[in-house]
Design a protein around this ligand. Structure first.
Ligand code: ZN
Length: 268
């Protein structure tokens, strides 16, 4: 288990990928493998019947990293999905908002992107969290050989991603010469995690942190609301400390009620 610096604590037009300062996480991986974000994301169509769009857009960030986006003509969420390929295993982060393989051939597309030659790499399917727009494609993968789909309940996330101390510790997935840190980020969703790729320096934040309103589902009971806010605040603080940012303030829109709450914190 990797320990991050403890930091004094006990839809979207852009993929929720953040390029982060990685030296805190893995000082030995100072040479990041770069990639390109020179891509124009499909804006959908005024009339998707008259002017249908491809169901999935695939952007190759680098030789071993793919960013996929489901079409706005297939789902208004148009979620992003990420495929990271190592020497011995591939990792798919999220499976999008569309279940039907005929409408959205996600599994077929992902398998086609895996390296050719020899036996196909095993594929591990994980999620940032369990909202339906991040896991509706799961069933397309479940029947495939050499594919593991990790469920989104907290026990499964902890057990399969190696997080012994939730939410203070971290987990790790080794893809073979490519290590992915798994960072608990509850708040938006109780078992939400983010992923940090030591090879590329990419951080996959899901819905916990993105360039837009951060949504929290606030329970009606006061003590539960406080628990959600504390979880979210702690998650943001972890991320900011990880990125080497000493203090932060973040607006958060709970749902409901539609008030904006400002949370702030500081790293020592
Ligand atoms: Zn969500």
């Amino acid at each position: 288990m990797t320990k991050l610096r403890t930091c004094n604590r006990r839809r979207k037009l852009w993929p929720s990928v953040l390029l982060t300062v990685c030296s805190v996480v893995s000082p030995v991986h100072s040479q990041l493998v770069s990639g390109t974000m020179d891509v124009h994301w499909n804006q959908g169509s005024e009339d998707c019947v008259k002017n249908p769009q491809p169901p999935i857009q695939v952007h190759q960030y680098n030789a071993q990293t793919f960013i996929l986006r489901e079409s706005l003509c297939a789902t208004y969420e148009a979620p992003f999905i990420y495929l990271l390929i190592g020497k011995t295993k591939a990792l798919l982060i999220d499976t999008g908002a569309v279940a039907d393989a005929k409408t959205m051939p996600l599994a077929q597309t992902v398998i086609s992107l895996l390296p050719k030659g020899g036996s196909r790499l095993p594929l591990m399917v994980v999620h940032t969290h369990g909202h339906l727009d991040h896991r509706s494609g799961d069933d397309q993968f479940r029947a495939l050989p050499d594919v593991e789909v990790v469920p989104t309940d907290l026990e499964s996330v902890k057990n399969r991603l190696g997080i012994a101390d939730w939410p203070n510790g971290t987990g790790l997935v080794d893809l073979g010469d490519r290590v992915i840190d798994v960072i608990p980020t509850p708040g938006h969703y109780s078992s939400h995690v983010a992923y940090y790729d030591r090879q590329s320096g990419l951080f996959f934040s899901g819905d916990f942190f993105l360039p837009g309103r951060l949504l929290l589902k606030i329970p009606t009971r006061t003590w539960r609301a406080r628990s959600v806010l504390l979880s979210s605040s702690s998650s943001i603080q972890s991320l900011m400390c990880l990125a080497g940012i000493s203090s932060w303030t973040s607006p958060v829109r709970p749902s409901p009620p539609a008030d904006i709450i400002r949370m702030s914190g500081r790293c020592n």
